[in-house]
Write a protein that binds this ligand. Structure first.
Ligand code: FES
Ligand SMILES: [Fe+2]
Length: 409
């Protein structure tokens, strides 16, 4: 295979990957150029791990949900008879129909893309000609095919993707032999341990298609610089979080070589801080947190596809994937301990809790749309970074490593 070449010269990208006090932004073409998007997809997303959701969404054998990787690759996430999570292509190996698509749709939906779905099943039967696959993707039924000379049913199965579970999240990779995931997040084990995230269950994930490059979203999510300004009307980060040296005024710890985590722990100005107009957590603290942990928040980017914010009463998670140069897909939810989910007024409080985050996104999303527009301008800069822009230089450093590796192969 010919080596990949970035249409944006890597020497133009390198100044973005320097230490924050001398770094500049990525070249605007990294957000707008379709050739660069293809390069980045191959260099980063085809080789790394993509978060598709939570293991607790499929507790029992046969439980499944669907997802679309990179806006183009439909997959099924299913728990098999042995209790293991499989991620497999939902592309039928007969004539390529997406086997989880509905067999029939009303006229006004004829030309819509197949919707995502979830459920519980013993096997998957393609609606088209009824080829049937088991929970491990093995072809177990193929009408009429016994008449075809040399047809060996056991030789056909749905393509399986590499899978790893981490902190209750399910990751898969389109690479045939991806570098293992878990060891590259080990630096964060101690920081995340008090939250016992694999024991928390998620609210129903919500999906959102966003009209901007995936980096605009990730950079904004982790951006400390704007929190004190864009969100000044919502939340007094500066006053309440004066003790916060990690998240707002400093940098995240340097990445270990090979790491896929960028993030850190911040100290809040008072205990049980919450992201809602009361500024206090609406739910009881996660029972496994110690007294001191309740003064902390942990913000973490699990490159390239997951963003997590840990608070004393809950964790919010957002999986993001590109689906084009200026299109990305977000799946997000909140994690709670079982004891909280059983509260009598849980649903009512959850509405308020979600609305609390939406107030921030009411400001973040229009800003992201406007930033994408600006990146396409002939006047878009490779502007200098503030000290509080430290996530952007760390992300650029992480990406640069992958871009260089892709050009070297
Ligand atoms: S396309 Fe699935 S059975 Fe023919
Ligand atoms: Fe924000």
């Amino acid at each position: 295979m010919a080596p990949l070449r970035s249409p944006v010269p890597l020497e133009d990208i390198e100044p973005a990957a320097r230490p924050v006090d001398v770094a500049v932004g990525l070249p605007p073409a990294c957000y707008t150029d379709t050739g660069f998007y293809r390069f980045e997809k191959a260099a980063v997303f085809d080789t790394e791990w993509l978060c598709v959701g939570r293991s607790s969404q499929i507790p029992e054998p046969g439980d499944y949900f669907t997802a679309t990787l990179l806006g183009e690759e439909p997959v099924i996430v299913v728990r098999n008879r042995d209790g293991r999570v499989n991620v497999m292509s939902s592309t039928c190996q007969h004539r390529a129909m997406c086997i989880t698509a509905p067999a029939e749709r009303p006229k006004e939906e004829w030309f819509d893309q197949p919707p995502e779905c979830s459920g519980s099943t013993r096997n998957f039967r393609c609606p088209y000609h009824w080829w049937t696959y088991d929970l491990d993707g093995r072809l177990i039924g193929a009408p009429e095919m016994h008449r075809r000379p040399g047809f060996v049913r056991s030789e056909i199965s749905l393509p399986q993707l590499a899978v790893e579970e981490w902190q209750g999240f399910v990751f898969c990779s389109l690479a045939s032999d991806p570098v293992p995931f878990g060891p590259r997040m080990a630096a964060f084990d101690e920081m995340l341990a008090p939250y016992c995230m694999d024991e928390l269950s998620t609210t129903e994930p919500e999906h959102l298609e966003m009209p901007f490059n995936w980096k605009i979203f990730a950079e904004n999510f982790m951006d400390a610089y704007h929190s004190l300004r864009l969100h000044a009307s919502l939340y007094d980060f500066s006053e309440a979080d004066t003790g916060n040296e990690t998240l707002l005024a400093g940098t995240f710890p340097a990445m270990e070589p090979g790491s896929i985590g960028i993030g850190g722990r911040g100290r809040t100005g008072f205990k049980d801080r919450g992201m809602n107009p009361t500024q206090s957590a609406l739910f009881p603290p996660i029972p496994t947190l110690g007294e001191d942990d309740r003064w902390n928040v942990v913000y973490l980017y699990v490159a390239p596809s997951l963003l997590i914010g840990c608070h004393s009463d809950s964790v919010h998670w957002t999986a993001v994937q590109p689906a084009g140069t200026d299109r990305s897909m977000m799946t997000s939810g909140f994690l709670f301990p079982e004891s909280t989910a059983k509260l009598k007024l849980f649903d009512q409080l959850l509405d308020q809790h979600k609305r609390g985050l939406d107030y921030f996104w009411d400001q973040d999303m229009p800003v992201a749309v406007a930033s994408q527009r600006g990146m396409a301008s002939r006047f878009a800069p490779q502007g200098p970074l503030s000290q509080q822009d430290f996530f952007r230089s760390q992300l650029a450093e992480w990406l640069m490593e992958r871009y260089l590796a892709a050009e070297a192969t």
